[in-house]
Design a binder for this molecule. Structure first.
Ligand code: MF3
Ligand code: CO
Ligand code: CO
Length: 271
């Protein structure tokens, strides 16, 4: 029913967690395989085969006509980048957004990776995006309002000199890939719907953070690829979470740190 946000039972959350953990493992694997010279089509193949091997289905494939099994969004691409023969070059940043359908439930998670050594700008926008997701997760709790998430993210990201994309939002998730509520990453207007979070609600938080303007354009030819209007860099991280009485559980939390993303100082120091 429109306007109603599903409250999931403990059993339903167990099923959602299983698909979320598959997505998290596939994303970890991609980070570990990522190399300069690799094409985004090769990432698509890695994700597709890993997902099938787990007895799951890649949710993006044929979703509203999306032609591939994962979204790969390089540099000024904000989201919904289509894997292609494009080769990754040292200095690129790439968001890989994995969604896995297993046992009837979708699990959705993404991260931005560094290809080789990042520029200062690439590192800034990526680290602000990483922290923006954390800042959003930190306000989740039974009784808080969905709008508190975006308010916290916008305040943090703008203080760092970055901007927050407004045209794409987080979303409820479960048996449907995208459902209610919508989860903006900016402070909602006074007249916007702003429901309270309740224990058992599951949704994604997935801030898209830009170095320059927040405005974006959808590619007029492929109708999917979203770019920053000023063609400056954009980065994104995404988790699927479920609200609890005292906070939330990050259903897509990772069993180990991401390669080529977290601890990049250490990685660079070790060559
Ligand atoms: N995974 C994206 C999200 O976070 C949605 C991708 S839709 C696709 O909501 F069709 F482009 F795959
Ligand atoms: Co999502
Ligand atoms: Co996603």
């Amino acid at each position: 029913m429109a306007g109603v946000i599903e409250i999931k039972s403990a059993r339903e959350i167990d099923d959602l967690r299983a698909s979320c953990q598959m997505a998290a493992e596939t994303l970890l694997m991609v980070g570990e395989q990522l190399r300069p010279g690799m094409t985004t089509d090769e990432i698509n193949t890695l994700v597709h085969e890993d997902t099938i091997r787990r007895g799951a289905i890649p949710s993006p494939l044929n979703y509203h006509g999306f032609p591939k099994s994962v979204c790969t969004s390089v540099n000024d691409i904000v989201c919904h980048g289509i894997p292609s023969a494009q080769k990754l070059r040292p200095g690129d940043i790439i968001n890989v957004d994995v969604t896995t359908l297993f046992n009837g439930y979708h699990g959705d998670t993404s991260a931005t990776f560094y290809v080789g050594e990042p520029s200062a700008e690439a590192r800034l926008v990526t680290e602000v995006a990483r922290k923006s997701l954390e800042v959003g997760i930190a306000v989740v709790k039974d009784g808080a309002r969905i709008g508190d998430i975006g308010a916290a993210i916008q305040e943090y990201a703008e203080k760092q000199g970055c901007s927050v994309v407004r045209d794409f939002v987080g979303h409820g998730i479960g048996r449907k890939f995208h459902t209610e509520p919508q989860v903006p990453h900016y402070k909602p207007g006074r007249d916007a719907a702003n429901p309270r979070m309740r224990s058992g609600m599951a949704f994604t938080i997935e801030p898209m953070i830009n170095l320059g303007t927040w405005e974006v354009d959808v590619d007029p030819k492929d109708k999917w690829t979203v770019r920053t209007r000023d063609r400056r860099l954009s980065a994104q991280f995404e988790h699927t979470i479920v609200v609890t009485r005292t906070g939330c559980e990050v259903l897509t939390r990772r069993a180990r740190p991401l390669a080529n993303s977290e601890n990049i100082d250490l990685l660079l120091a070790n060559g």
